[in-house]
Ligand binder design. Structure first.
Ligand SMILES: [Ca+2]
Length: 119
């Protein structure tokens, strides 16, 4: 079943969840959450709930976080990203699931801010 789940977020702060949250996500989906804010800003991402299919090597369902095109990390199971800050103003969160085994998924929010650059 096709399920539109891509999102583009351009506000200075916002929130997003896996499809169906707080219910379970679906099988065989790929969602791209793109956060793009003003060029002098960085993005702090915080994950609250994080319950995906495991195991730790993430062969089935996973979240990948990319800063522009650099992979910041791959996450699955209950080992969520927690809080992390991107070094740039553009972050993509990719959520992929395989053909079986669904869980609650994740909730996340972000805040964009101008980094402190004291000398
Ligand atoms: Ca799965």
């Amino acid at each position: 079943m096709f399920q539109a789940c891509d999102q583009v977020l351009r506000a200075d702060s916002g929130a997003f969840t896996s499809p169906g949250y707080p219910g379970n996500y679906s099988n065989e989906i790929t969602c791209n959450y793109t956060i793009e804010v003003a060029s002098n800003h960085v993005i702090q991402l915080t994950f609250g709930t994080f319950i995906l299919e495991g195991p730790r090597s993430c062969p089935y369902d996973f979240v990948q976080i990319l800063d522009d095109t650099t992979l910041l990390g791959t996450f699955c199971g209950r080992d969520g990203p927690g809080a992390l800050t991107s070094p740039s103003n553009r972050v993509t969160v990719v959520f992929e699931t395989d053909l079986s085994g669904v869980y609650q998924g994740f909730s996340a929010n972000y805040v964009a801010y101008v980094p402190f650059s004291g000398t």
